[in-house]
Design a protein. Structure first.
Ligand code: NAP
Length: 242
């Protein structure tokens, strides 16, 4: 059995990724932090897709909680390991920098950057021992071009892209690939309430993306077909005109 851990798997992109990986035959560990009802819906959808997953609750921003949950799973599943890690959990708290409370700076940077460290640090040693693994980090186009009102989010996603490149060089010889994905505007709770009519004018394809379209890219990067791709950040934006 091959296992995949998707952080923030209860809703949005994470849910679509869990379902797609389940249809590929992965047993998916569906992480969430608070929304148990939504996480259970994702669990049911993985079952319908062909491979029932399991729920694993932890706050990616909390080192002790994350480490304990992953160690517990590894103890309960002796001999197994997490072959695919999708670092997807994230939030946004937009504001112009002079108006941004320090709590909002800290929340976004901690969940994204420390979250990447906390989860990857716990999962990676077994991948290294097994000499196989795929790490896929959810960045954003905001981390490439920078978007006004999102200095906390752009800084965090830019850091994730840099971390992706650095880590790919550390673990390539262990047959582990590390890539980032940089979506533009994708229809989820996170983009709810944005002025869609205005924003689509800046997108070549003239529409927001769907979570399933990002999940297809994750599925490709997790597959054997992507074995020679590492250290990359792949944008999926419908042709966002910067
Ligand atoms: P979303 O619909 O708001 O879902 C966020 C997910 O992250 C939920 O499953 C949530 O769990 C989980 N989460 C939040 N904080 C967490 C924490 N501390 N620990 C564990 N899980 C946590 O967001 P989305 O649009 O799917 O975005 C997913 C990722 O894609 C994010 O990293 C986001 O920055 C990135 N992204 C999204 C877009 C877009 O247009 N949607 C564009 C570029 C990048 P609960 O349900 O338990 O709250």
């Amino acid at each position: 059995m091959k296992y995949a851990l998707v952080t923030g798997g209860s809703r949005g992109l994470g849910r679509a990724i869990c379902v797609k990986l389940a249809s590929q035959g992965f047993k998916v560990l569906i992480n969430y932090v608070s929304n148990e009802a939504k996480a259970k819906e994702t669990l049911e959808l993985t079952k319908q897709a062909g491979q029932e997953g399991e729920l694993i609750k932890f706050d990616v921003a909390n080192y002790e909680e994350t480490t304990a949950a992953i160690e517990q799973w590894l103890n309960d599943n002796k001999g197994e390991y997490i072959d695919v890690l999708v670092n997807n959990a994230g939030i946004r708290k937009d504001n112009l920098l002079p108006l941004m409370p320090k709590e909002d700076w800290a929340a976004v940077t901690t969940i994204t950057i420390n979250g990447f460290y906390n989860v990857t640090r716990a999962v990676l040693p077994k991948m290294v021992r097994k000499k196989h693994g795929r790490i896929i980090n959810m960045a954003s186009v905001s981390g490439i071009i920078g978007l006004p009102g999102q200095t906390n989010y752009s800084a965090s996603k830019g850091a994730i892209i840099a971390a992706t490149k650095a880590l790919s060089k550390e673990v390539g010889r262990k047959n582990i690939t590390v890539n980032a994905i940089a979506p533009g505007f994708i229809r989820t709770d996170m983009t709810e309430g944005l002025p869609e009519e205005e924003l689509v004018k800046t997108i070549s394809l003239g529409r927001f993306g769907e979570a399933e379209e990002v999940a297809d890219l994750v599925s490709f990067l997790a597959s054997d077909s992507a074995a020679y791709i590492t250290g990359e950040c792949i944008a999926i934006t419908g042709g966002l005109m910067g």
